[in-house]
Ligand binder design. Structure first.
Ligand code: SF4
Length: 327
């Protein structure tokens, strides 16, 4: 990681209770289980994993939209894990979220203008005139122009791509330091996905905002991030600079994900190993030891018994796997 840390996440867990009727004791779903990472100021990271790996829960827990079960979130040097009241409002202003479904995330009875003005009103920013300028500037930034043509429309009058631009404008209008974008293009037509990702990347760089881009599609991370984190069954199993991770994945699960990306170069295709068969485990009763061991072609005895440590194999490249643990 380059630069000063904006955010430090230490041993963060988020577990949910799953009820099974009145008499049976509840079960525990370990959606996020002991996650560690840092994010530099202005850095973009992609968080990649299959559906059900815990990546959305991790994003929402870091934003304090879910209460952490344990661990710490340190933002700008301040422990925000248990903030409430005014201090939590400060954290809300410093952070933003772009969700997967832009239609579900927008109040259908509000115009685009009201949707964008609302966060400014909540956080008591500017006079009415100043807010108007900020709303119009935000629309320009996401290239919904001429702005007058879009400002007074309702969500149902816009396409999915246009609405996701509004969602991005809303997430950025308070000039947060840190934004989570959760599968922001997975519900959009393939034709607009690259446009939206490129726009987000441009704004992220221009405004110096730190981003976590959550996706199940490793091939889209090339538009976005300096580093990639790979998540499997509630754990981050590998963290590395993006190019290095794609070129030289170390964790057997990361290798499987990279192998699943179609490569137009037949030479590269020859080098690929097969994706391990099977499904990610249930997070209610995850396998002991390494959670990937039932699918891993390299599983050893220790993998079935003991959770692997996080090993920094080279500077900035960390993998959670017994293959790389010394001794
Ligand atoms: Fe495979 Fe063992 Fe590494 Fe897990 S710890 S990925 S089972 S080799």
């Amino acid at each position: 990681m380059a630069g000063e840390a904006l955010l430090r996440v230490e041993n963060l867990s988020k577990w949910f209770e799953v009820r099974r009727g009145l008499l049976a004791p509840p079960l525990t779903l370990r959606a996020v289980d002991g996650v560690n990472f840092e994010l530099a100021r202005g850095e973009a990271v992609s968080l990649v994993g299959e559906s059900g790996s815990g990546k959305t829960t991790l994003g929402k827990t870091v934003l304090r939209l879910y209460e952490p079960t344990s661990g710490r979130i340190v933002f700008k040097g301040k422990d925000v894990t248990k903030l409430d009241g005014k201090e939590l409002l400060w954290y809300r202003r410093e952070t933003g979220l772009v969700q997967q479904d832009p239609y579900g995330a927008m109040p259908s009875f509000m115009t685009v203008y009201r949707i964008l003005e609302e966060p400014l009103i909540i956080h008591k920013v500017g006079t009415r005139e100043e807010r108007r300028e900020m709303v119009f500037k935000a629309l320009e930034e996401v290239r919904l122009t001429p702005v007058e043509d879009f400002a007074f429309k309702y969500p149902h009058m816009l396409s999915g791509g246009q609405l996701q631009r509004v969602a991005i404008a809303r997430a950025l209008i308070l000039r947060p330091s840190f934004v989570v974008a959760d599968e922001p293009v997975s519900m959009l037509d393939a034709s607009v996905r690259v446009e939206i990702l490129t726009l987000m990347r441009e704004l992220q760089e221009k405004l110096g905002i730190s981003f976590i881009y959550i996706t199940h599609d490793l091939s889209t991370t090339r538009y976005f991030s300096e580093r990639i984190f790979i998540m499997y069954a509630g754990h981050i199993v590998e963290k590395a600079p993006s190019k290095e991770l794609v070129r030289e994945p170390l964790h057997p699960y990361s290798q499987a994900l990279i192998n699943a990306i179609p490569d137009p170069d037949p030479e590269n295709r020859k080098r690929l190993r097969n994706v391990p068969p099977g499904e990610p485990p249930s997070l209610i009763n995850p396998p002991p030891g390494c959670r990937f061991h039932p699918r891993c072609p390299y599983a050893m005895d220790v993998c079935r018994r003991q959770e692997p440590p996080e090993v920094e194999v080279k500077s900035g490249h960390v993998v959670k796997c017994w293959l790389y643990a010394k001794g």
